[in-house]
Design a binder for this molecule. Structure first.
Ligand code: ZN
Length: 258
């Protein structure tokens, strides 16, 4: 996006596509969205409600986690944790109604913007024949999030270059690259070009997050110091999760960002 006019045109096209998409279309000409992030649950947190809505509208949606999440726990780790998290991600994808939730096999907590991982990202975007690519901004406190953002940024443009990663045919046109929302203020705060209301799919987002048991009921409460507040009962703990989202929403509203 080279200037403001081009950006405006892209946004108009994006929004008009949202409006004209047919529900549950099985046509091959579906608009193809791919979101690429660091861990199996990032996409659910960042845009679970949005992709559930896009899936309902007939978009083809794929999630790609660049790492396998094998470091995200206080009692488990390695291959067994990666296996558990891959299964959780698959179930979360099913609950969101998206086409695929892919987990690549790079180690969690050790992600770096290396060339072979950039090539993995390029292949994912090309093989999905993406119209829209969503990535993280490289401003994050977590190095995996930061470098996942860099990797997607570095793949942008390269996806159309035939001599780069020549084992996978290049895209004929460059997709639209967008950032997922975040709250980081430095070096520059996030600016919302597109805002999507997710009231209708909020419960699907909660459902998807509920599938990531190792994270939302174990690891994340442990690291936040409130593991003792997680109810044992499945219905009650889901309500605990839902209230967490609602609390975050209220906080953002107070800050004027939601
Ligand atoms: Zn993450």
């Amino acid at each position: 996006m080279k200037n403001l006019k081009a950006l405006f045109l892209v946004l108009i096209l994006f929004v008009s596509n949202l409006l004209i998409a047919q529900p549950n279309s099985d046509k091959d000409d579906r608009i193809r969205v791919i979101a690429i992030f660091a861990h199996p649950d990032d996409g659910d947190a960042k845009m679970g409600g949005t992709v559930a809505m896009l899936a309902e509208m007939g978009y083809a949606v794929k999630f790609v986690s660049i790492t396998n999440g094998d470091a995200g726990h206080h009692e488990e780790g390695g291959g067994m944790l990666a296996k558990r998290r891959r299964a959780e991600a698959k179930e979360a994808g099913r609950r969101l109604g998206i086409d695929e939730y892919k987990v690549l096999d790079n180690h969690d907590g050790e992600l770096l913007p290396k060339l072979h991982i950039r090539q993995q990202v390029i292949r994912e975007i090309r093989n999905w024949n993406a119209d829209i690519v969503l990535g993280l901004r490289p401003n994050d406190y977590h190095p995996d999030h930061r470098y996942a953002g860099v990797l997607v940024q570095d793949a942008a443009y390269m996806v159309v270059v035939p001599n780069v990663t020549p084992d996978t045919p290049p895209l004929k046109k460059n997709p639209i690259f967008l950032f997922m929302e975040d709250g980081f203020q430095k070096p520059n705060p996030f600016s919302h070009d597109i805002v999507v209301g997710i009231d209708k799919t909020f419960e699907k987002k909660v459902d998807a997050f509920d599938a990531h048991e190792s994270q939302v009921y174990e690891w994340l409460p442990w690291v936040s110091g409130n593991l003792d507040q997680v109810p044992d009962d499945k219905t009650k703990r889901k309500e605990f999760l839902r209230q967490g989202f609602i609390g975050a929403k209220k906080y953002l509203k107070q800050k004027g960002r939601a």
